[in-house]
Design a protein around this ligand. Structure first.
Ligand code: SF4
Length: 246
């Protein structure tokens, strides 16, 4: 792995920076710069960025160098930067510094995180404009049962913080054909115990891609569990996969 660090500065392991269309969530179809940070402590079985998961993957840069790359790579008509991963909160200090910098350029900051650590989330939140709060179901196989309860607690706490701070906040849940409808309903109940429908910018049900893909009937089952309490629910597949974009 190539090393590009300067002593005495915050360093970051960067997987890639590129501009593409937003392929997921409520802002799908918009031009976005993606800053993909390397490293994630999890291994969801449908994860689509396995190359960015190892903690020693990516290239080491100091934050100042990343700022320069962002400035040079920024394309016209890009109004937001998406910090993604891997898991961006693993390198929350770098995200915080980069988000401050990007905001000075008048761009909006989008955080795509698994929300696994509510303390780290609270540190970057003041510099974030758009929060995707992803709630993992057990069939993501992300962790074992005990760790799963802790993960869900953190995800819901991140949701509470995001809506309390009046951020543009939406929910995403990836579902497979094996996802448990009761578990999904329980999560929906928890979400609307924390957030009023008017405080959310959307609820995205994302079908898994090429891994245990859900049938339309299964997807309707999940949709029907949300619609009575929140009619802004949408089933949205990953657009970038369909058109073969990164
Ligand atoms: S948390 Fe995200 S980046 Fe990490 S394994 Fe799961 S899907 Fe992949």
């Amino acid at each position: 792995m190539q090393q590009k660090t300067t002593p005495g500065t915050i360093t970051t392991k960067l997987s890639e920076i590129f501009t593409s269309i937003e392929g997921e969530g409520i802002l799908f179809g918009t031009k976005t710069m993606f800053v993909r940070l390397a490293g994630c402590p999890f291994k969801c079985h449908w994860c689509d960025t396995p190359y960015a998961l190892p903690m020693d993957s990516g290239i080491d840069y100091c934050v100042e160098e990343v700022k320069e790359i962002i400035s040079k790579s920024l394309q016209p008509n890009t109004y937001k930067i998406n910090f993604t991963g891997g898991e961006p909160l693993v390198q929350y200090e770098a995200v915080l510094e980069l988000a401050k910098f990007v905001r000075q350029k008048g761009l909006r900051i989008y955080l795509e995180s698994s929300c696994y650590d509510a303390v780290r989330f609270s540190k970057v939140l003041p510099y974030i404009d758009i929060c995707k709060v992803e709630l993992k179901l057990r069939d993501s196989k992300i962790v074992n049962e005990k760790q799963y309860c802790n993960l869900l607690k953190n995800e819901l706490e991140c949701l509470r913080q995001a809506v309390s701070s009046c951020k543009t906040t939406y929910i995403k849940v990836v579902v497979t054909n094996s996802s448990n409808p009761k578990e999904f309903k329980d999560i929906v109940r928890e979400v609307f115990r924390i957030a009023k429908p008017s405080e959310l910018a959307g609820f995205i049900i994302q079908p898994s891609y090429r891994v245990d893909e859900p049938t339309l009937d299964v997807l309707f089952g999940f949709y029907d569990a949300v619609y009575p309490v929140y009619d802004q629910v949408r089933i949205v597949p990953q657009l970038h996969k369909i058109i073969g974009a990164r």
